[in-house]
Design a binder for this molecule. Structure first.
Ligand code: SF4
Length: 199
């Protein structure tokens, strides 16, 4: 069966016992008892963060709990992320999402450019951020102007548009969500404002 270790013979087992188990090694008189207790495998283990030459602090981007993180780096590149034990919020822990922050930082799957798929197009094309921001602003303004309702048929004042919606991500923090709500509700009259963290 693939991956299965070959069955060891009794002489092999005896040799392994005499060579690797700590009691025979201590009986053989190895002076350092700590070394005698090491197995071949434990002797080769290295601290996970041994290669880091720098450590910085950050905040988990995934939810409003705001757990503190330590970012370990080598040669200017992150090599590990873990919870900051000094934080009164998470005391060195991270939930599975926060523990996956390292993957978010280094994944080759992460898109870090602006992509645009034009109406009717089947593929995406790369665009400049300035172009994308201008395009979003123009379409938002146009759609709001075309769909804005000041009063319902019964005369109730509503000042809203039902033609634009917003879906935020869990990486938006409290301050960003506050500004989004102010701009979209009070500024533009949008009603449909949701956040992935609540979906
Ligand atoms: S996603 Fe998890 S680790 Fe990140 S801030 Fe929220 S609770 Fe903390």
């Amino acid at each position: 069966m693939p991956g299965r270790r070959p069955r060891r013979t009794i002489p092999d087992r005896a040799a392994h016992f005499l060579r690797d188990w700590s009691v025979p090694r201590q009986l053989r008189g190895l002076p350092e008892k700590g070394r005698a207790a090491e197995s071949e495998q434990s002797r080769s283990l290295r601290p996970r963060l041994e290669g880091a030459d720098r450590v910085g602090t950050s905040i988990c981007p995934y939810c409003a709990v705001g757990c503190a993180q330590l970012i370990y780096a080598r040669d200017g590149r992150p090599i590990a992320v873990e919870g900051d034990p000094k934080s009164p919020i998470n005391q060195g822990t991270l939930c599975p999402k926060g523990a996956a922050t390292f993957g978010l930082m280094v994944s080759p799957e992460r898109i870090d450019r602006c992509l645009h798929r034009a109406p009717g197009a089947t593929g995406w094309r790369e665009v400049e951020l300035d172009w994308a921001m201008e395009r979003i602003a123009q379409l938002t303004k146009r759609t709001r102007d075309e769909s804005f309702v000041t009063r319902l048929p019964d005369g109730t004042r509503v000042n809203h548009t039902l033609a634009i919606g917003s879906m935020g991500g869990a990486t938006l923090d409290n301050e960003e969500n506050y500004l989004i709500k102010k701009l979209f509700s009070a500024g533009l009259g949008m009603v449909f404002i949701e956040n992935q963290a609540r979906v």
